[in-house]
Design a protein around this ligand. Structure first.
Ligand code: FE2
Ligand code: FE2
Length: 176
């Protein structure tokens, strides 16, 4: 209960902000962007507690790490560009500090590393992984939390999708 209260105290202003609430309108990893950001901040909160990191900065940056509006098909919202857009938005609406900005800016390090190891993924985009390397423990926490939340969300989406297809298939067999 004490942990829940602490998490709410750090996040409630952002979670109830009208601009941040707009994230509910955009799909993201089979869920919506608002829920994804909330999940990442939750995982970041727990990891920051376990690893004795700065909880406030980690949670706030975790919550704002994907604070961009519009489809992710836009150039400015691409895999590699959206962190910069999120920093701009977070500065404009929530007055974040430079430490938090660096956490947000480097949260796609997992993607940069994956692309370095498997360059055929999205081969149009060139990436220098060093540019995305988090400068702090808090940055590494949010990067890991984002990866874990994304794997979970995509996994749940695929299971739901498969179950729906299977039910549709069974329904059609019964019908004929
Ligand atoms: Fe992101
Ligand atoms: Fe994310």
């Amino acid at each position: 209960m004490k942990l829940n209260k602490e998490y709410k105290e750090i996040t409630s202003d952002i979670l109830n902000d009208e601009h941040f609430l707009e994230l509910k309108n955009y799909r993201h990893h089979g869920t919506n962007r608002y829920d994804h950001c909330k999940r990442v901040s939750h995982v970041s909160f727990l990891l920051a507690k376990i690893l004795k990191a700065n909880v406030d900065d980690t949670v706030k940056a975790g919550l704002l790490h994907d604070f961009f509006l519009g489809s992710s098909n836009k150039e400015e919202n691409s895999y590699l560009n959206h962190p910069k857009k999120c920093v701009q938005n977070a500065k404009e609406y929530f007055n974040i500090n430079d430490f938090e900005a660096n956490i947000i800016e480097t949260h796609m390090y997992h993607y940069a590393l994956t692309k370095k190891m498997l360059p055929f993924i999205n081969h149009d985009a060139k990436v220098n992984a060093k540019e995305y390397k988090p400068a702090s423990k808090e940055g590494r926490i949010v990067c890991l939390a984002d990866l874990l939340a994304s794997i979970y969300e995509v996994g749940v989406f695929k299971v739901k999708y498969s179950v729906c297809l299977y039910l549709l298939f069974v329904f059609n067999i019964i019908r004929y």
